[in-house]
Design a protein around this ligand. Sequence first.
Ligand SMILES: Nc1ncnc2c1ncn2[C@@H]1O[C@H](COP(=O)(O)OP(=O)(O)O)[C@@H](O)[C@H]1O
Ligand SMILES: [Mg+2]
Length: 425
Amino acid sequence: MTSRPPNTDFSTSSSSELLTIVTQFASDLGTMTDLPTIGNRIVHELCRAGATTHGALFVLDREHECYRRANMVGSDAPASIPSTLAVSHPLPQHLLATNWIMAQTDSATDLQDTDFGADARRAMESMQASRIVPHLNKSRLIAFTVLGAAVPLTTEQALSKAMLAALAQTATNALDTIVLYEDLHRSHTLMKRTDRLKSLETIAGGFAHEIRNPLTSIKTFIQLAPERKDDPQFIQEFSKVVLDDVYRIERLIQEILDYARYMEPKLTDEDFNDIVASCLYFIDVKADSRGIKIEKELAPDLPRVMLDRQQIKQVLLNLLLNAIDSMAGAGGRLRVQTRTVVKPGGKVWAHIEIEDTGEGIQEANLEHIFDPFFTTKHESGEHEGTGLGLTIVHQIIQEHHGEIRVKSTVGIGTTFFVSLPALPA
Ligand SMILES: Nc1ncnc2c1ncn2[C@@H]1O[C@H](COP(=O)(O)OP(=O)(O)O)[C@@H](O)[C@H]1O
Ligand SMILES: [Mg+2]
């Protein structure tokens, strides 16, 4: 971007020069991605076109129902230029109604076009402005530029007026895009936060629900114990139940903490196969004792991945243990395969498939398996589930900008697919 002094006079420009200036301005704005930079360029350019020494850009702040001064240029800008102006103020109202560049030289009859003209003129005078340029888009005044004291306006030529109008329109387009973009960005951040709060709310509700049963049994035991203290069978059996309940509460608390404690993944450059192998080593004994055969196919040329080793281990272990759980009793086969996947657009991913020959997931349950506290392992006493495993898996994969999918057929088995973005080779 070339910066000329703000008071260069354009009144001698030819129309081809005008075109060059407007095109350059548009292309400059196109490379800028934030409001402060764009605003700054706009005020500078309009000051130059209007041959003024100071100027200010006001941008609509929809949340606060006001126009906020986003940029100000010129060391001699008067302190009377306010930092905000209400949407209902006569000045923006007048600009909105006329969609016309307001000038000091406007006649009284010009100002009578709207009810706000006279008040708008007073506001303009108090800001020592020579012109005010509206930026209107789809009948919404998204911004306006205040231009300060100018060279004698009588010397202004038709061409410099056209120049100001053309630059103003270019500025409007750029402002509209950036405001839209910033809105989108804001709502995306908000959505993410809301999602998280929503799942925490679900978790809190679920926790209360989950903990009620074990608490009731513990309470019953404590209430009955004094009068049954001489009944060894009662004491023995009930204390076993109560201990299990205490373990269950402990497990719930641990998993909730794992989930609720927001952990920014500590990404390091890792060999994904290495982590897979170490998880398989960990579950080997358990699988063996159940007569489950592990088939391991690890791609030798797998790209390296930025990941949090501890968190990805947690993901793999959760998936592997679920797979083993699903093959209770009848032996089975657990196939673990890694490979490189190139998605449309050329992005490279390290991919893993974990396939079991277990009981499968019922169609109706498929959409719930990632929900907090969704579990079908309530009845099977041996490995009672908390239903938080996959919730945590999902969260970790999201934090890693990865993807997780599942395919399952009841009676045949289940496959989980996980992809993580690879480091550029
Ligand atoms: N490999 C699998 N095969 C069959 N069902 C599965 C598998 N993985 C997950 N599920 C289902 O998803 C539910 C939720 O899993 P998870 O969140 O890990 O909780 P939990 O293991 O504590 O039940 C399980 O209870 C089970 O119904
Ligand atoms: Mg689980």
